[in-house]
Design a protein around this ligand. Structure first.
Ligand code: UDP
Ligand code: MG
Length: 350
């Protein structure tokens, strides 16, 4: 699937990928949906709309801007309504409460109607200026053009290092290859979006789901700018939980590690028991060995608790999935022009 950005034009990998592509006409222009989840983005949403519209008008294709309000508690929704009233290209999907970015994004993907879909963060960290370049990739025949951050301006050393560690960890344990330094910023064709929206799992690790659907994909290197205004909604606790989500929804390696750890510890304890028996037979048994006993008990107790905790993480997720609740609830939808025309066309053809 995805190859490193460094692959040269005629490397076997690229050749293999070339043959999977079905190129489109040089001047082809698809209808474009921009999907942006927003949670408390009152400082940036208007500027976001301005910059995105400017870029899309320059492209000249029919487009819509799907703004998902993820239960904001500030003026975000009011501003979205104002934008929608003035601009027929804007669509507002107002969720019934805050569901978190991953689900808000899925809600946007469910409601957009363009032939290609571009996912952007509402804080303008993903430059809309790159959309024409992504369309180039689309013309070459790719289904997914995903943004890869060349550097993370305005992010702390700790965040960069932990992100690095996370990609390394998930890369080594997961069965699907999840591209590094890749966020949600990407262009996808309709068929990719259709397949994505069939994945209804409650625990959504979008980076993983994007990678799971596959299809011919190509990276696009870009500089991720600092957020325009406002504050990031992620703290380290949330990031840790995202990492857990990523690992537990894409690999069962921790379950295996727990069993192997159990087996090795049990085996070592057996050896140790044999040694103790031998020692007692040879030298008798004066009352000693209390510290080693305590160490063994504590260590085993710890290992068991970790293993139970790992099991718990998975069982908790099974519990959440079997309830089969809808992913999100929508309070209200204000449609865009593109949405209305596509819906009418679909009604006429059926
Ligand atoms: N976001 C959201 N729901 C949330 C948290 C964030 O829809 O519960 C949106 C947010 O408005 C922004 C995007 O997700 O458009 C990325 O969030 P943020 O900028 O806080 O994350 P970062 O860029 O720091 O990873
Ligand atoms: Mg951001």
């Amino acid at each position: 699937m995805t190859r490193g950005p460094a692959a040269s034009a005629d490397s076997p990998a690229t050749l293999a990928q070339r043959s999977r592509l079905s190129p489109r006409a040089d001047d082809a222009l698809p209808s474009i949906s921009i999907v942006a989840p927003a949670y408390n983005e009152q400082e940036v949403i208007v500027e976001f709309h301005r910059r995105v519209s400017e870029n899309l008008r320059a492209i000249g294709a029919p487009y819509e801007l799907v703004l998902v309000n993820d239960g904001s508690s500030d003026q975000t929704l009011a501003l979205m309504h104002a934008l929608q009233a003035d601009d027929p290209q804007v669509m507002v999907v107002d969720l019934s409460r805050n569901f978190g970015k991953e689900i808000a994004l899925s809600a946007g993907l469910d409601h957009c109607s363009g032939e290609v879909v571009v996912v952007l963060d509402a804080d303008l960290q993903d430059p809309p200026e790159l959309i024409p370049e992504m369309l180039e990739g689309w013309r070459e025949g790719y289904d997914v053009i995903y943004g890869v951050r060349s550097d993370r301006e305005g992010e702390s050393w700790l965040k960069k290092t932990t992100a690095q560690l996370f990609y390394r960890l998930i890369g080594s344990v997961s069965r699907v290859e999840i591209p590094r330094d890749t966020g949600d910023f990407r262009l996808m064709t309709r068929r990719v979006v259709r397949e994505l929206s069939r994945l209804r799992e409650e625990h959504r690790f979008m980076k993983g789901l994007f990678a799971w659907v596959g299809f011919p994909s190509r990276p696009l290197i870009y500089r991720r700018s600092p957020r325009l205004a406002g504050v990031t909604k992620w703290n380290y606790w949330k990031l840790w939980n995202l990492a857990l989500e990523g690992i537990t929804s894409f690999t069962i390696a921790p379950l295996k590690i727990a069993s192997y750890l159990g087996i090795s510890v049990a085996f070592l304890s057996l050896l140790y028991a044999a040694f103790v028996i031998w020692k007692t037979l040879m030298y008798g048994d004066p009352v000693r060995g209390y510290p080693s006993l305590l160490v063994a008990v504590l260590f085993l107790g710890g290992v068991q608790l970790i293993a139970v905790g790992v099991l718990g993480e998975y069982i908790g997720r099974i519990f959440n999935e079997v309830k089969g609740r809808p992913l999100y609830l929508v309070n209200r939808i204000l449609p865009s022009h593109l949405h209305t025309t596509m819906a009418a066309a679909a009604r006429d053809s059926s």
